[in-house]
Design a protein around this ligand. Structure first.
Ligand code: BG6
Length: 454
């Protein structure tokens, strides 16, 4: 089949930052045929050479522009004009493209109008599984708006044709969670409250909101990060073993885990970095949170009494995403060895910028004494790769083009996560202002939050 991807919003940030570099790699690695085409759709009246010139300026990665251009067509397009969709559909038909992915790299308010045009023109016709439509997050701004968008989409497309992106699912170490959990009996058998004391899921960023104030100020960290990336990580960490490892079975298990999560609104801590209100298009009195600490429990016997800590924020001292599984301090060595260990055992799944898995455990100190000391098995995933591990978008685009749905979110995942966030949002929480990461740590300590992982 001849494959094509149609990208709406192709003069936007996502195109330059993520999609062009990922598509270039896919082309370089020959993961698509020579006749694969990228139809870059936008409203700017420019030629393909002007489009490439602008892109050269904006894309930071090294791109083989000549090769990229040979796969590219630039299409001037008015998203409100149904004739433009028909013309594009006829062109794709005439050129023999019969496997088509339509990618909406646009703000969610444009989803309904584009989805309608795509459906009416039969660019993607319902139930044809060689035609699919892809949405970037955020999928709505709360449960109600997400439901509205989804209702419209289901009128036009089958759920199996809808690909909702959460780019964290494309990250190597997020995909690795299932392997670490289910390909290693030592973890599989101790994945419950008997062995595990608590879990921390964190994603810290050093950068601020930058030029995204217009979007971010209406959304905030709870919706921008917790609803999507952090809850997706939690679902993969907490879910039962799926019946089989098919896309649907994995999603069923994730949804069950998400439905069992309950946030404790009394333990929600929100912060805003000083200087945020000076960012472009941010309200002078903005109450939007740029930092979140939240704590949840799991309504499942296997996880009884195990708190799940969520931490995310901007303008912190480093960029780091990790999942930290803390094991109980149990030490059954009797009196011969000291009762206390210098540090509890933990498993750290390092998502970024380092990718890997570290297991910290206890051993006897070398020498004549009987002291216990910390040891660590530290597997570096990106060090093992011959070249850099693939970027999330590279993997997601390949899966999209090959009709593989596992790494995309199903509607009930989105619905369940929005329910959780709407409930949390409904409770008024004080907003702490921070200059530095230490300020945040101080607030957390004051509130009795264990800050070891942070
Ligand atoms: C995006 C958020 O989804 O994820 C951004 O909208 C955030 O605000 C980004 O900066 C973080 O992704 P990553 O891959 O850099 O950890």
């Amino acid at each position: 089949m001849k494959k094509a991807i149609v990208i709406f919003g192709s003069t936007g940030n996502l195109m330059y930052k993520k999609l062009i570099p990922a598509l270039d790699k896919i082309i370089q690695k020959r993961l698509v045929d020579e006749d694969f085409r990228i139809f870059a759709v936008a409203r700017k009246q420019i030629t393909i050479d002007e489009f490439i010139d602008i892109a050269k300026d904006k894309v930071k990665d090294h791109i083989d522009w000549a090769k990229f251009k040979s796969h590219l067509e630039y299409i001037l397009f008015d998203i409100k004009n149904v004739e433009d969709y028909r013309t594009l559909k006829n062109k794709l038909n005439k050129d023999g493209y019969d496997d088509i992915s339509v990618y909406l790299a646009v703000p969610p308010k444009l989803f309904p109008v584009i989805a309608k045009g795509v459906s009416q023109s039969k660019l993607v016709e319902k139930n044809n599984h060689h035609k699919r439509i892809v949405f970037e997050k955020p999928f709505g701004e709360d449960l109600e708006s997400a439901k509205d968008i989804n209702r419209e989409l289901w009128k036009c497309f089958d759920e199996n044709q809808i690909y909702r992106i959460d780019h964290y699912l494309g990250k190597e170490m997020i995909q690795n969670i299932l392997v670490v959990r289910f390909a290693n009996i030592i973890f599989e058998n101790s994945w419950n409250h008997q062995a595990i004391r608590s879990i921390t899921i964190l994603s810290k960023e050093s950068e601020g909101v930058m030029s995204r104030g217009n979007y971010y100020d209406k959304i905030g960290a709870l919706k921008d990060m917790l609803q999507s990336h952090l809850l997706q990580m939690a679902a993969l960490i907490l879910m039962d073993k799926p019946q089989d490892f098919s896309s649907e079975a994995i999603k069923d298990a994730k949804v069950k885990a998400l439905k069992n999560l309950a946030f404790d609104e009394k333990k929600l801590i929100l912060g805003q970095y000083n200087g945020y209100r000076d960012a472009e298009k941010v309200d002078d009195n903005s109450q939007t949170e740029t930092f979140v600490y939240a704590e949840a429990s799991v309504k499942d016997q296997a996880w009884e009494g195990v708190p799940i800590h969520f931490v995310t924020g901007k303008k912190l001292e480093e960029k780091r995403s990790e999942i930290i599984v803390h094991f109980h301090e149990k030490n059954d060595l009797g009196d011969y060895f000291p009762k206390t260990k210098p540090q509890e055992d933990k498993l750290i799944i390092k998502v970024s910028p380092n990718e890997g898995v570290e297991f910290q455990f206890s051993v006897k100190e070398p020498g004549l004494g009987n002291n216990i000391q910390k040891a660590s098995l530290d597997y570096c995933h990106n060090c093992k790769a011959m070249e850099n591990t693939p970027e999330a978008y590279e993997r997601l685009l390949i899966d999209l083009l090959n009709n593989q749905r596992t790494l995309f979110t199903r509607w009930d995942e989105i619905e369940t996560t929005w329910k959780l966030i709407d409930e949390l949002k409904g409770h008024h929480s004080k907003l702490y202002h921070y200059d530095s990461y230490q300020d945040i740590i101080n607030v957390l300590k004051e509130k009795g939050v264990l800050v070891n992982d942070l």
